[in-house]
Design a protein around this ligand. Structure first.
Ligand SMILES: NC(=O)C1=CN([C@@H]2O[C@H](COP(=O)(O)OP(=O)(O)OC[C@H]3O[C@@H](n4cnc5c(N)ncnc54)[C@H](O)[C@@H]3O)[C@@H](O)[C@H]2O)C=CC1
Ligand SMILES: C[N+](C)(C)CC(=O)CC(=O)[O-]
Length: 327
């Protein structure tokens, strides 16, 4: 393993500089790192600099780290040059298994010994990508969300041959670099968030294909509905509030039977005692001491904040003027 601590990292290499690689470059520059990028496309440098330029006003509004500058970006002529003195490498090449496998093998051969190399893959397990690398122990998944310079989440997970130290190092590094990290205990294709997004996405495609809903109706159903809550409260706690004062336990007693109704093409799991208890206990844990009344108040304020932030709060609703100074 590298002797550089996550806190001491100054130089980051980004390999593949499209939508996500470019977004990572913007994020790391805004956090004050020196960034070296490499991408084989002939127009890659111009594209990358345009992306960083376009992101910079938003990043400036958010607040740049001391010393952060677009001048800290170097575009290397070769992959080897890009990673030669990197202290962390983020790979964001196209989502093709063979390509990732070969690229990670080359990166492993070229990067300084022990330096952690992360892949932005949206769903490949690292076990499938690390098969030909000489030092697979340092290869991890660091899955971001678009755009990586604004969406905090990174899902970190290793493969069967990744060391626990590399996973812990990467998780800590992302935290130091300003990300929200979920370190997964085991490899699941699609990780956590993309499995959830994909379930929704597949159902949406089925509904369009079958003429059950239009594209506009699908988008409105989320942006005018559950999406307003998900910005600040996840689907578990949100549904716990559907159980009123009885919380998740009552929600499951009341609506559990509808799992057997054909509400989705995804097969429902058996709502047995283990699953029931795990969900109820998980909600209690997530509530972290907040009562149902606290959560309801939090949710209501959150929805108002999101409506206001997105310019959708009516000045007057149902003939009542918005009370001054209360929202
Ligand atoms: N687009 C998205 O919303 C998200 C994508 N990802 C993941 O990020 C990775 C990159 O995806 P995008 O940025 O969307 O793709 P993209 O197509 O925008 O960019 C890919 C870049 O890789 C370059 N490239 C091609 N061959 C390469 C090679 N052998 N070595 C290095 N670079 C190479 C291309 O020139 C291009 O600039 C994929 O693994 C994808 O699954 C992860 C999260 C979100
Ligand atoms: C579309 N996508 C599967 C590449 C999306 C992601 O991986 C994450 C995101 O940004 O939603």
């Amino acid at each position: 393993m590298t002797t550089t601590t996550p806190e001491d990292v100054r130089r980051v290499a980004c390999v593949g500089a499209g939508v996500i690689g470019g977004g990572w470059v913007a994020h790391f520059l805004a956090r004050g790192y020196d960034v070296t990028a490499w991408d084989p496309a002939p127009d890659a440098e111009a594209r990358l600099r345009r992306l960083v330029d376009a992101a910079w006003p938003a990043l400036t509004r958010l607040g740049l780290a001391e010393g952060a500058s677009q001048d800290r970006l170097t575009v290397a002529a070769t992959l080897e040059e890009a990673v030669a003195d990197a202290q962390f490498v983020q790979e964001s090449a196209p989502e093709k298994l063979e390509l990732k496998r070969d690229l990670l093998t080359r990166l492993d051969a070229a990067a300084p010994p022990g330096v952690v190399i992360a892949s932005s893959t949206s769903g490949y397990p690292m076990t499938d990508m690390q098969t030909t690398a000489a030092d697979p122990g340092r290869l991890v998944v660091g899955h971001p969300f678009n755009p990586p310079y604004l969406i905090p989440l990174v899902e970190v997970v290793g493969g069967e041959r990744t060391t626990a130290e590399a996973v812990a190092w990467a998780s800590r590094f992302y935290e130091v670099a300003g990300k929200s990290v979920i370190t997964m205990k085991s490899e699941v294709p699609g990780f956590i968030a993309n499995r959830l997004q994909e379930a929704l996405w597949r159902e949406a495609l089925h509904m369009v294909a079958n003429g059950e809903a239009t594209v506009q109706e699908i988008d409105d159903s989320i942006t005018e509905g559950p999406g307003l809550r998900w910005a600040f409260m996840g689907p578990m706690l949100t549904f716990a509030l559907a159980g009123g004062e009885g919380g998740m336990a009552h929600m499951l007693d009341h609506f559990g039977p509808s799992l057997k109704s054909p509400w989705t093409r995804l097969e429902a799991p058996e709502l047995d005692k283990d699953l029931y208890d795990a969900v109820v206990a998980g909600c209690d844990e997530a509530a972290a001491g907040r009562t149902i009344a606290d959560l309801v108040a939090e949710r209501d304020q959150g929805v108002i904040d999101v409506l206001r932030a997105t310019g959708r709060l009516p000045r007057q609703a149902a003939g009542h003027a918005e009370p001054k100074g209360t929202m």
